[in-house]
Design a protein around this ligand. Structure first.
Ligand code: ZZB
Length: 258
């Protein structure tokens, strides 16, 4: 599977992360990195998700940069030439997802340039980087999780302001309009992120509708079909140094619905 790795630079660590990382990461710029199949939706990022119980590492990528992701993802990156020297893994620190929550990061290409890290229980440690960029306009899982977090901020131990950015229209589809994911979630009467069966169905519908019938309504490729814009947005982000190709060996990918 060929993903796009999205580089989200840390602007301000949460107090817990600051304490855990104190003196360990040196002078490198640090990025949370998310694996996405939908680079064309990056204009609509409103937050980022980590699994609270997942163990993340801060890995040196070169002399100037470090990435926050799972060890498994760092291994893949090391052998894909993202890390120099190739094949070399240097873990600067280890940190639990729960401690990263509340960190403020840059959201490349997004209408909202800075967003917060929030918790999502269904993030799989066995897929992508273990970090998920959230686009509630076009991802039903992202939308439903955001709604759950807004309903029960104390339960999820978040400051309500971290979940306050609304979904941003990015793609228009003939059947579901400018907010495809919220519309499908409402039509399927999904109530919470625990409705995993319906969410898997919603995701399937959203993927197909966006890819085959979607039109970009923001950004550099506004007016173009999603099929045409997808790789152009990806190339543009890579050229800007904000993204990189990230592949996962076929057969080792465990899907969320499995
Ligand atoms: C942004 C985005 C915007 C995504 C969208 C989807 C959609 P798939 O199809 O099952 O392979 N993802 C990435 N890593 C993980 C993880 N470790 N655990 C849980 N979810 C993860 O899933 C690929 C998508 O699943 C990725 O693309 C990422 O969310 C999420 F508008 O990134 B996506 C209809 C989907 N729309």
């Amino acid at each position: 599977v060929e993903y796009t790795g999205i580089k989200m630079e840390v602007v301000d660590w949460s107090p817990a992360a600051k304490e855990a990382l104190e003196g360990k990461v040196g002078g490198r710029k640090i990025f949370l990195v998310a694996a996405t199949l939908r680079p064309e939706t990056m204009y609509g990022q409103t937050n980022c998700y980590v699994g609270p119980a997942i163990k993340y590492g801060v890995f040196a990528i070169n002399d100037n940069e470090a990435f926050v992701c799972t060890l498994r993802a760092a291994r893949n990156m090391a052998f894909q030439g993202t890390i120099t020297p190739r094949g070399h893994i240097e873990q600067l620190a280890e940190i639990a997802g729960s401690k990263i929550i509340g960190t403020k990061i840059k959201a490349p290409f997004a209408t909202n340039p800075e967003v917060y890290v929030l918790p999502m229980d269904s993030v799989l440690p066995t897929k992508g980087t273990g970090v998920v960029t959230s686009v509630p306009s076009d991802s039903p899982d992202d939308y439903q999780t955001l709604m759950d977090l807004r309903k029960k901020p104390e339960f999820y131990k978040i400051d309500p302001s971290w979940a306050s950015i609304d979904p941003v229209p990015v793609i228009s589809t003939p059947t579901y309009g400018e907010l495809t994911a919220p519309t499908i979630v409402k039509q399927l009467k999904i109530q919470s992120q625990k409705d995993t069966k319906q969410l898997a169905e919603a995701k399937e519908i959203a993927y197909k509708e966006g890819f085959y019938n979607g039109t970009m309504i923001v950004g550099e490729f506004k007016g173009q079909s999603v099929q045409d814009a997808k790789l152009k947005v990806r190339d543009s982000m890579i050229a800007a140094g904000l993204a990189f190709p990230y592949a996962e060996p076929e057969g080792l990918v465990i899907s969320r619905s499995a």
